[in-house]
Design a protein around this ligand. Sequence first.
Ligand SMILES: Nc1ncnc2c1ncn2[C@@H]1O[C@H](COP(=O)(O)OP(=O)(O)OP(=O)(O)O)[C@@H](O)[C@H]1O
Length: 255
Amino acid sequence: MSFVSVRDVWQSYDGRPILERVNLDVAEGEFISIVGASGCGKSTFLRLLLAEEQPTRGVVSVAGGEGAREPDRERGVVFQRYSVFPHLSVRDNIIAAEAFGTTLGWLWGAPLRAARARADDTLSRIGLDHVADHYPTALSGGMQQRLAIGQALTARPRILLLDEPFGALDPGTRVQMHDFLTELRAKTPMTIFMVTHDLAEGFKLGDRVLVFDKPRWDPHDPGAYGATITYDFDARNGGIPYHHLMEKTDEPIHA
Ligand SMILES: Nc1ncnc2c1ncn2[C@@H]1O[C@H](COP(=O)(O)OP(=O)(O)OP(=O)(O)O)[C@@H](O)[C@H]1O
């Protein structure tokens, strides 16, 4: 049985279809890259996986649970723009992310000491233990984004949703973040969905690359139909299928 199952999912806003007939099965531990034209509904699909919103039609189920009604601690999310708190130290940023999951919203005493120990463990997994007492403004863009990923990991989520997580970073830092994510995945097994506009990045990191597109198109009414998954590429072996594709073309391919 698949870990994430998407069955005939449609999503419309104000009667306009954005996604239609989306079907997908994902095994636990798979890394799924998602590409597609701007505005075709990739972030909308992530919100459905996060259970931040409900589909107009169809069912999204995770770990056999029938259609979650709201986000839970099993799902962590990271956006393109850093979501760290500038007035808290790096360590306190991690503790604060954990405290959001508590009833009172803050921790003290023994639970706080335990949270500090867990935060230090998370910081060493994301390679930021040496700057635990610094403020985020003292960190590079890549380090701030690692901290945002660290915050998403505090709840030990089984699913990590990444919405263009490296889109704001320079090319060199992006490559460092690819290595970081690959190492993190080896240390912390998770099912990952990552939206990216960079096809090479999608093939490099993903086990599969999903392409969202509109199979039906009305030139007189471009919003008449929604997008769906039109390709589901096998991207294992370090993106070998993509490299073969690249060898056959002189131009770089972009989504
Ligand atoms: N809550 C909402 N209410 C109304 N329309 C929405 C809502 N959320 C998204 N949309 C519309 O749905 C469409 C898809 O948006 P979405 O952000 O999912 O696309 P995307 O593929 O992630 O785009 P991009 O690559 O530019 O980030 C857009 O036309 C957007 O304006």
